[in-house]
Design a protein around this ligand. Structure first.
Ligand SMILES: Nc1ncnc2c1ncn2[C@@H]1O[C@H](COP(=O)(O)OP(=O)(O)OP(=O)(O)O)[C@@H](O)[C@H]1O
Length: 335
């Protein structure tokens, strides 16, 4: 495994700037997730590291080597795509063994067999090794695709939304497995997604990407608690952060230049009060949590509902701020 460093990488497709001066270090053994909306440049960033695209400028180094002149095969990376891309005519076993059988690797049949069986156990597909890869469920196929990357020990694993085609339950399971496997192998992994839950549950550090630029990078906790600007604040947290005018609610003194307040559930105190400043609009029941929809002077606010707070639609409540986040005119965080 190795450290991978991107320095001021740029890539445009005609008029579209896909990656715009991206600098990022993925440390040896680190799991970094790039999180961003569609079109943010996530896939392009991976493809530039893999050598599937040429940058217009900037430098990529893998284990200290400038890889500009190296072909994808020479770069020693393993890529897992969004859609499983297995060899349909081969068994699960042969799909997993395929990357190990190139003559350049010179592995004995015993070594190949051991590695295939180890990885099959890791991704929990060892009971289906002899199945044709087409005779698998979507989740099983994606396990094989991930396993096929894992049999090798490349400098870095690059994963492009590998779980997005799976149903919610499987996605949750594989998320945990992938994190466990990465820990076990101590591998360097760059993973891209637009799913904040994936980013928060798996990443050592999350990089927030917007319009080809890295807006902020840090642990999930840092990014959630200390977003650098409105864009980052809006990317993490369920329900979404409430963005409100500074003078809407009592309880906090805005710093000079504050234009917008960011209030999550933990920044809002709710008390039942017949003469309160807000009204309960409706309660959204989501099973494991309920969202309380509130109206204040024409503004809508959504928070997690305290299960012990007994309110109904139409009730008045008193809403007070508790150390919210403040943003200036330009959307940058003030404190
Ligand atoms: N081969 C290409 N030719 C032209 N434009 C491209 C090409 N590849 C990407 N783009 C453009 O570059 C921008 C970034 O695309 P990219 O696929 O990297 O985004 P993304 O963050 O991975 O999005 P998604 O989540 O939808 O996959 C987009 O505007 C896209 O349309």
């Amino acid at each position: 495994m190795a450290e991978v460093v991107l320095q001021d990488i740029r890539k445009a497709f005609g008029e579209t700037i896909a990656v715009d001066g991206l600098s990022l270090t993925i440390r040896d053994g680190e799991f970094v997730v790039l999180l961003g909306p569609t079109g943010a440049g996530k896939t392009t960033a991976l493809r530039l590291i893999a050598g599937l695209e040429r940058p217009d400028g900037g430098q990529v180094t893998i284990a200290g080597r400038d890889v500009a002149r190296q072909s994808p095969a020479e770069r020693d990376v393993a890529f897992v795509f969004q859609q499983y891309s297995l060899y349909p005519h081969l068994s699960v076993y042969d799909n997993l063994a395929f990357p190990l059988r190139s003559p350049a690797r010179r592995l004995s049949n015993e070594d190949v067999d051991r590695r295939v069986r180890d990885v099959a156990r890791m991704v929990q597909i060892d009971h289906k090794l002899q199945n044709r890869s087409t005779r698998l469920s979507g989740g099983e196929m994606q396990r094989v695709a991930i396993g096929r990357a894992l049999v090798r020990r490349p400098a870095i694993y690059l994963m492009d939304e590998p779980l997005s085609s799976l149903d919610a339950k499987l996605r949750a399971e594989l998320r945990l497995e992938l994190k466990r496997i990465q820990n076990e192998l101590n591998s360097t992994l760059l993973y891209v997604t637009h799913d904040q839950v994936e980013a928060m549950t798996m990443a050592d550090r999350i990089g927030i990407l917007a319009e080809g630029r890295l807006v902020q990078i840090g642990t999930a906790r840092e990014i959630y608690a200390n977003p650098a600007n409105l864009h980052v604040a809006a990317r993490l947290g369920q329900p979404h952060i409430n963005l409100l005018p500074v003078d809407l609610l009592p309880g906090a003194t805005a710093p000079f230049g504050a234009c917008t307040i960011g209030a999550r559930t933990e920044h809002l105190e709710i008390a039942t009060s017949a003469v309160g400043n807000a009204e309960v609009d409706w309660i959204e029941h989501l099973g494991d949590q309920n969202h309380l929809h509130i109206r204040v002077k024409g503004h809508k606010i959504v928070t997690l509902a305290d299960p012990y707070l007994s309110v109904s639609p139409g009730d008045r409540i008193n809403l007070t701020l508790r150390q919210p986040l403040y943003f200036g005119m330009d959307g940058e965080r003030l404190r």
